[in-house]
Design a protein around this ligand. Structure first.
Ligand code: TRP
Length: 446
């Protein structure tokens, strides 16, 4: 494989779009608003920004750089950079396993979203009362065939794009879906300005009320910083390996983090403008987009427009993230076993569909089966987000800032950074602050 020419993006912009597509996902539109709501608003947003810079960006830079220097999939890159000690490939293995497992349950959620989009298109919410709308999600849970149908649609879209390859599949579709997503988000935002909840939403998101902040919210912010930037799964290693030339990795990492945060905030403004236009508690939690918003959409004028656009937006963000996760596994199988991409993609798709279907069954036929007290679906989520991903990220940042020699590690990644202050600050974070913070959430998560 080494002497074959490696696939590349057509440009660094292509890479940025694909990486942003991966990072911007359900985490931004579904999770960010509800954890901000639950943690009191503005003050949490500031803590979150600090976590993005101190925890997210260093791991992001480390992953992109390891992929770019290692020129391989997420396992091979670690090995190529440190030929004498194969321990560090464990970071790649954990990422790879997370990618496979996350994909299985992420696609199930992707299926629910397409289901909600279809219901929006058919204007279903308009004719329902609150109790009926609240009943949609439980109804979906109890219907394995309907879920399997939408899981298949979502999986087929993901597989269809990834099998076309890096340039013609992932890059091209991100170039279409990302601008589309931004347009839909701005359309929604423009309409939200006319809702009575618009200014209260701004105040809620940006007014820092420190009294609402506690220790648990800080942990939540670290965990989310990590999730929202898609680190710990090997996506950024795999994507970084398709970069043609070296670049200023810190600038790229910071830009990605800012774009991701900016879109999360815009989504937050949209969601809370709706929430505050009606007397709804901002802290309802995970059901925010599957119950609260459809109820609102059924009541506001222009609700049809809002709900069709909103679920379209969410479908796009879920899809651009899921293709990035699938690519991690496809790149590994394709390169390690030297099989055609098309075959690799279909094989993996079949495997993750089976695991996804088990997730579906864990809501109904198999809901009595638990693993360590969790349903199968929750177990996959906990195993990956509380264990595999933080360990993978911790190994990555230690490998990058302590293990690799200067010409291959953190100093080399900073080659194109001119400011001494930024360099020193980044090295200090990567060596001390980031590993310590990851270790903290890892231990507390256990
Ligand atoms: N970052 C994605 C989001 O905000 C979710 C996610 C976490 C992810 N890890 C990932 C996406 C790995 C792709 C790959 O929704």
């Amino acid at each position: 494989m080494d002497n074959k020419v490696r696939k590349t993006w057509t440009s660094n912009l292509g890479f940025m779009l694909a990486a942003a597509g991966s990072a911007i996902g359900l985490g931004n539109i579904w999770k960010f608003p509800y954890i901000v709501g639950a943690n009191g608003g503005g003050a949490f947003v500031f803590v979150y920004l600090a976590c993005i810079l101190l925890v997210g960006v260093p791991v992001l830079v480390a992953e992109m750089f390891i992929g770019h220097r290692g020129q391989g999939n997420t396992v091979a890159s670690y090995n190529k950079l440190h030929k004498s000690n194969r321990f560090w490939q464990l970071a790649g293995w954990l990422g790879l396993s997370s990618a496979f497992l996350i994909l299985s349950y992420y696609s199930v959620i992707g299926g629910w979203i397409i289901d909600f989009e279809v219901r929006s298109l058919m204007n279903d919410f308009a004719g329902m009362d609150e109790a009926q709308i609240k009943n949609i999600l439980p109804q979906i849970f109890s219907d394995p065939l309907r879920q399997a149908l939408f899981l298949s649609i979502f999986s087929l879209l993901t597989v269809g794009i990834v099998r076309l390859g890096v340039q013609k599949g992932i890059e091209k579709w991100n170039k279409i879906l990302m601008p589309a997503l931004v347009i839909v988000l701005f359309l929604l935002l423009a309409n939200c300005m006319f809702l009575p909840g618009f200014f209260p939403a701004l105040k809620f998101l940006f007014y820092p009320d420190l009294s609402k902040l506690n220790y648990a919210s800080i942990l939540e912010a670290i965990g989310h910083a990590f999730f929202t930037l898609s680190v710990g799964v090997g996506v950024m290693v795999t994507f970084g390996s398709y970069l043609k030339t070296g670049t200023n990795f810190v600038r790229m990492g910071v830009t990605l983090a800012l774009v991701d945060t900016f879109l999360a905030l815009l989504a937050g403004i949209v969601v809370f403008s709706c929430v505050f236009s009606f007397d709804i508690e901002p802290s309802v939690g995970p059901t925010l987009i599957f119950e609260t918003l459809p109820i609102l959409f059924s009541k506001i004028s222009g609700g049809y427009f809002f709900s069709v656009s909103f679920f379209l937006l969410v479908s796009f963000t879920a899809l651009t993230s899921s293709i990035s996760i699938l690519e991690v596994v496809v790149a590994y199988i394709e390169e390690t076993f030297e099989i055609k991409r098309n075959h690799a993609t279909l094989m993996i798709a079949a495997a993750f569909f089976v695991v996804g279907f088990l997730c579906v069954l864990s809501f109904n036929q198999m809901n009595h089966v638990t693993i360590f007290g969790f349903s199968f679906f929750d177990f996959l989520d906990k195993l990956t987000s509380s264990l595999f991903m933080p360990i993978s990220a911790l190994l990555t940042i230690i490998f990058f800032s302590w293990v690799l020699p200067a010409n291959k590690g953190v100093e080399a990644a900073l080659e194109r950074v001119e400011s001494r202050v930024i360099k020193n600050f980044f090295i200090y974070c990567a060596k001390f602050i980031t590993p310590l913070l990851i270790l903290t959430i890892l231990l507390l998560g256990l």
